[in-house]
Design a binder for this molecule. Structure first.
Ligand code: FES
Length: 124
């Protein structure tokens, strides 16, 4: 049912944890399943120098969180904003249809963290 990549990121998630002095934090949740995700970003010279996550959710949510931190790290703010929900699912070689909403959470969380960063910078 799950691709090898999903299993890999679920069993050995990357960038787990909180960034204490994060420049932006995105907090999103899915009211249907009740899962929650926090994405923390650190920005240096217009690029995401660090991205971490804390997810209270299903295995697919953990795998997609892990994947999005890997996709976003090192990207510019503009590039990171272009990462779509589909990109996350595709990078994991797909997700079962009933689990697609889990990858939405990851992309939305990243975008929310960037919005938070912009707000703090006063550029929004
Ligand atoms: Fe809710 Fe996966 S079941 S995020």
């Amino acid at each position: 049912m799950y691709s090898e990549k999903v299993m890999e990121h679920f069993s050995n998630p990357k960038n787990v944890g909180e960034i204490e002095d994060a420049d932006g934090v995105g907090e999103v949740g899915n009211p249907t399943c009740g899962d929650m995700m926090n994405i923390y970003i650190k920005v240096k010279d217009g690029k995401l120098s660090d991205v971490k996550f804390k997810t209270f959710g299903c295995g697919a949510a953990i795998a997609t969180s892990s994947m999005i931190t890997e996709l976003a790290k090192g990207k510019t703010i503009e590039e990171a904003l272009e990462i779509t929900r589909d990109d996350v699912a595709q990078s994991l070689d797909g997700l079962p249809p009933v689990k697609m909403h889990c990858s939405n959470l990851a992309a939305d969380g990243l975008h929310a963290a960037i919005e938070d960063y912009k707000k703090k910078q006063g550029t929004d």
